[in-house]
Ligand binder design. Structure first.
Ligand code: GDD
Length: 346
């Protein structure tokens, strides 16, 4: 029997990596898009071109009836709930929408599975996040956050995701569903949206190399993240759903690097060495010829910041046999190289 998987938010970075992985593993892959899309719509066609094997369903995470119809029709063996408002900065400006989509959307898809009578068949993966830890209870500074670390979300996004985490656990405990959380630390790559800092940097570096841009504006350079490659993480998502018992897992690299580190390495790829001068909002990054390549724009500061994220993936390593393959340096290079290639092809 061919297994069927449904991915909500299939057009996002992780959705695309995961759909391709599941297709390779022999699944029939379904994915939701939202909006008033017909098969002739450019967005629909773009997704279909990228993933010709994909069966596209139109269903918004806010619409329980559309989700229920999709789940009833497909009867998926596995559902991966990746649909969300995922930009932390945006969530401060749109907190209510974030709560509806990122929190209540999880409940909608869980309910859709129950309403379709599939709670004993369908395995459920919730895209939980390290942004649920976020705050001050950094209780294992040397080893990083694991599955038992205390939560302290620092944004409307993190708070909404915490609801998604708990409702997933609650459905596991209440109804015996195979419902799991993957608590993923930052994962980046060539498909990352330009609103996230890594892609913003890789794109700017490529444009600077091409002479299309002179400098890049950033917010908090000292924020530290546990950055891995998204292509490695989707294998972990799949493994989480292949275990005998449903459990929650942290996926991370176990290393942390600052935004500043990411900039240094990214500019090195195009032969520029950055020297940092000044402090706070006046800090700038100069190249070896003294040309300003990075400056601070306080618009990119957040009302509350997660200063440091470091994950402890020991449980995933031991129980899932999962670990990341791509190093931090390789990730930065891969992203800059891809943007250089795209720019020279355009
Ligand atoms: N986006 C952005 N733009 N971030 C900046 C900038 C800027 O110009 N300058 C500095 N930063 C800092 C942010 O303040 C943050 O501390 C860090 O760079 C990373 O920001 P993002 O790339 O936007 O990602 P994130 O860590 O907030 O959230 C991502 O990772 C989470 C997992 O920990 C997202 O993918 C979330 O959806 C995900 O849950």
């Amino acid at each position: 029997m061919i297994k069927k998987a449904l991915i909500t938010g299939v057009a996002g970075q992780d959705g695309r990596h995961l759909a391709k992985l599941l297709d390779k593993k022999g699944y029939q892959v379904f994915g939701t898009l939202r909006g008033q899309l017909e098969a002739s719509h450019p967005r629909y066609q773009g997704v279909q071109r990228d993933m010709p094997f994909l069966k596209i369903m139109i269903a918004d995470s806010l619409d329980l009836s559309a989700l229920t119809r999709a789940v009833k029709e497909i009867k998926p063996d596995e559902v991966y709930n990746l649909a969300a408002i995922s930009h932390v900065g945006y969530s401060f400006h749109n907190p209510l929408l974030t709560a509806d989509v990122t929190a209540k959307g999880v409940l909608n898809i869980l309910e859709a599975i129950r309403l379709a009578g599939l709670q004993d068949k369908t395995r459920f993966y919730q895209a939980s996040t390290s942004e649920m830890f976020g705050g001050l209870e950094y209780n294992r500074p040397d080893q990083g956050y694991d599955e038992s670390a205390a939560f302290h979300p620092r944004s409307p996004y993190g708070v909404a995701k915490l609801y998604g985490y708990w409702i997933t656990r609650n459905y596991r405990e209440s109804y015996g569903m195979y419902a799991t959380n993957g608590i993923l630390f930052n994962h980046e790559g060539e498909n990352r949206g330009p609103e996230f800092v890594t892609r913003k940097i890789s794109l700017a570096v490529a444009r600077i190399k091409a002479g299309d841009q002179e400098y890049l504006e950033l917010g908090n350079l000292d924020a530290k993240r546990d950055w891995g490659y998204a292509g490695d993480y989707v294998e972990g998502m799949w493994r989480i759903l292949q275990q005998d018992q449903p459990e929650d897992y942290v996926l991370a690299t176990g290393e942390t690097h600052s935004v500043r580190d990411f900039c240094n390495l990214a500019f090195q790829v195009i032969g520029l060495t950055i020297t940092w001068k000044g402090e706070g909002e006046d800090e700038v990054g100069l190249d070896q010829d003294g040309i300003m390549r990075i400056k601070i724009n306080s618009e990119y500061y957040r009302p509350a910041e997660v200063d440091l994220l470091l994950g402890d993936p020991s449980k995933a390593e031991q129980k899932l046999g999962w670990s990341r393959h791509t190093s931090f340096g390789d990730l930065v290079k891969l992203m800059v190289d891809k943007d250089l290639e795209r720019l020279s092809a355009s």
